[in-house]
Design a protein around this ligand. Structure first.
Ligand code: FMN
Length: 195
């Protein structure tokens, strides 16, 4: 029996969890979540991402402590697992994936490249959260202060820790933030016009 009626119900069920239970998640589930992240689409199939699985409580506390934007309430109790998503530097990608690392731009003066990598990177992060939801695992996406998180995980030679995904099970009676979205009618244009 599928857990969700359809993909739409899966995407709507994914939410930011603010209070985690301390029950661990299995290695198999972690790997399934990372498998979904690995299969995200990317520009020219560049796959600009690495994943660091962090389970050490002290490191998780330090990492979450570097969070850039704080929306009340802050994440607490912390998730038992954090995946640090590393955005590799251009230099690293050229050095290690020269042959398959094609630039998607046709102009030699392209300045969009870093933006495109960030777009791809975000797809991987989002895939991981959907896969987690599908497995009944709760998640939160956090923006760390890049320099601090990168230094903490010692990945300066590869790139930067750009986003964190906390994973775990939601605590009983956890705080629920009201979840809203703008109305579709205010977002959609048909041939440039609102209907
Ligand atoms: C790229 C990205 C970065 C985010 N960074 C933070 C963050 O640093 N701190 C935080 O509390 N929430 C962060 N969030 C979570 C958003 O606040 C949250 O997704 C949004 O309020 C919508 O709520 P929902 O996830 O429950 O649908 C981030 C979300 C995304 C997609």
């Amino acid at each position: 029996m599928p857990r969700y009626k359809n993909f739409l119900s899966l995407t709507k069920t994914r939410k930011t969890t603010y209070e985690f239970d301390q029950k661990n998640i299995s290695k198999t589930n972690i790997l399934n979540i990372l498998e979904a992240a690995r299969w995200a689409p990317s520009c020219g199939n560049a796959q600009p991402w690495y994943f660091i699985v962090v389970e050490d409580k002290k490191t998780i506390k330090q990492l979450v402590g570097t969070t850039h934007y704080i929306h009340a309430p802050f994440i607490h109790p912390l998730p038992p697992v954090v995946i640090a998503f590393v955005l590799p530097s251009d230099k690293h990608m050229h050095q290690y994936f020269e042959e398959e690392y094609t630039h998607c731009c046709i102009h030699s003066q392209c300045t969009q490249h870093q933006n495109e990598e960030e777009l791809c990177f975000a797809m991987s992060v989002f895939s991981s959260t959907l896969a987690a939801t599908d497995l009944g695992i709760s998640s939160c996406i956090l923006t760390p202060q890049q320099d601090q998180a990168t230094k903490l995980l010692k990945v300066e030679k590869i790139g930067v820790v750009r986003l964190l995904v906390g994973l775990g099970y939601e605590k009983n009676n956890a705080f629920q933030k009201a979840r809203t979205r703008r109305a579709l009618k205010d977002l959609v244009f048909y041939d440039g016009r609102r209907k």
